[in-house]
Design a protein around this ligand. Structure first.
Ligand code: PAF
Length: 309
């Protein structure tokens, strides 16, 4: 079936309810995006299509999560190519609302705040970013709620229980802090949705795919490889039960002159608090997440790998 494009919440409600009824669907998946899609998004969409009867992808460049207007203007808009990519993965519906549709009264007065988890790492250099991202994710999660099978009271449960469709939303592990925050929001505020994390997609040389990679020159792209190399080194040390020796991995990144390292640390995967002891001279034990962010030429890149020993 061809992918259908809708631009208003009312159209989305109507179209997704009709599709669920037509397919006698038991589950609906939502893939929130800002467009400029690449293979990483394709993997999110494919995973959603494999796991759900009806899949909605949203494309919305959310002004609330951009600190500066230049960055917002510069964000690539590639709707036709995005639609083609989503259609190839088998997505049923694309919801591409205008700013006025999402924020009809202008900037919302009431917002979701990310708290202390949103102030560290990426949040430290992008104040307000995660408040803006969580606010729109909250709205998108509401837009995407499967409507078919709702009892007259409007009550809703996730998981397909009681004859109601299951509801899942898909986020990339590459944005580890966003993922951790979305999980916290859903748990803290009782959103009726299961959050599914999808592994990072990398190009053959290891660079994590990102919509921002297109702004790297060939030389900068080559230099940026040190990020994934340093992360891989830590993952190998963790698997081999060796000390992580984070300092030597940091030095490796800092030796690359085109790369301006912002942070590189090993954290608890849920709280994102540093696991200081595990990074020093003792063999790594347990679970962790290595996070890195750096400016390469004009582009800020982030990446991470799970550590397990
Ligand atoms: O990860 C993104 O693309 C965005 O932050 C999201 C989740 C679509 C919210 O605007």
């Amino acid at each position: 079936m061809a992918t259908q494009l809708v631009t208003t919440a009312a159209e989305l409600r109507e179209a997704s309810a009709r599709l669920l009824a037509q397919k006698a669907g038991r589950s609906q998946g939502l893939v929130p995006t800002m467009g400029a899609l690449h293979e990483g998004h394709a993997r999110l969409a494919r995973t959603a299509v494999e796991q759900n009867d009806v899949v909605v992808a949203s494309i919305f460049v959310n002004p609330l999560q951009f600190g500066d207007a230049v960055d917002l203007d510069r964000y690539p808009r590639t709707l036709d190519a995005d639609l083609a990519l989503l259609e190839e993965q088998g997505v049923d519906l694309v919801f591409a609302p205008s700013v006025e549709e999402v924020y009809p009264g202008g900037e919302p007065l009431v917002r979701v705040t990310a708290g202390s988890l949103g102030e560290k790492w990426e949040g430290a250099s992008r104040p307000g970013h995660f408040d803006g991202a969580l606010t729109v994710v909250a709205k998108l999660l509401h837009y995407g709620i499967p409507r078919s099978g709702l009892p007259a009271t409007g009550a809703f449960v996730s998981g397909g229980g009681g004859g109601l469709p299951a509801y899942r939303a898909y986020f990339g592990q590459k944005d580890a802090q966003q993922l951790a925050l979305v999980r916290r929001m859903v748990a803290d505020l009782n959103f009726p949705v299961e959050i599914v994390a999808v592994p990072t997609v990398r190009s053959e040389d290891g660079l994590a795919l990102s919509s921002r990679n297109r702004f790297l020159s060939a030389e900068e792209r080559e230099a940026a490889l040190v990020l994934s190399q340093a992360l891989r080194l830590l993952a190998e040390r963790a698997t081999a039960h060796q000390p992580l020796d984070l300092e030597s991995a940091r030095a490796m990144v800092e030796s690359q002159s085109l790369v301006g390292l912002d942070y590189f640390d090993v954290v608890d995967p849920l709280t994102l608090e540093p696991l200081a002891e595990n990074c020093r001279k003792v063999p790594f034990r347990g679970e962790g997440l290595a996070l890195i962010a750096a400016k390469v030429g004009p582009v800020r890149l982030i990446d991470n790998v799970p550590l397990s020993s």
